[in-house]
Design a binder for this molecule. Structure first.
Ligand SMILES: [Zn+2]
Length: 120
């Protein structure tokens, strides 16, 4: 008879009991506690509204510029005193990175200052 089959918890069709996954709809058969049909799970936080994403972008840009300044200056101080001229050259590039971070932070301040005024 049909003793070796059972009803799929997903689509209701008869499938062999040894099947862990339904061959018709793909639903796992050994974990009925999964609840309703498997679908895309919500990813915690809903999509941020534009103003909050602007704030997040601002913080990210500030963080990037801040770390590029710090790391650039530290690398410059460390490498610029190295006897190896190749490393001193790298140190000067790190100083450029720090300067780029300063420029980036200033630009961010100006842009977001005016953007803040524009959105008020
Ligand atoms: Zn099924």
């Amino acid at each position: 008879m049909e003793q070796n089959t059972r009803m799929c918890t997903g689509c209701g069709r008869q499938i062999p009991v040894e099947y862990n996954v339904c061959p018709h709809c793909g639903r796992p058969q050994n974990a009925p506690q999964y609840g309703p049909a498997p679908g895309p799970q919500p990813y915690g936080q809903p999509y941020a509204p534009p103003q909050e994403s602007l704030g997040a972008l601002k913080y990210i840009l500030y963080l990037v510029s801040f770390f590029s300044i710090i790391i650039g200056f530290i690398m410059f101080l460390v490498w610029n005193n190295d006897p190896n001229p190749e490393k001193r050259h790298v140190g000067k590039n790190c100083l450029l990175l720090a300067l780029a971070g300063i420029v980036l932070s200033v630009l961010c301040s100006v842009v977001f200052f005016f953007a803040g005024l524009a959105f008020m």
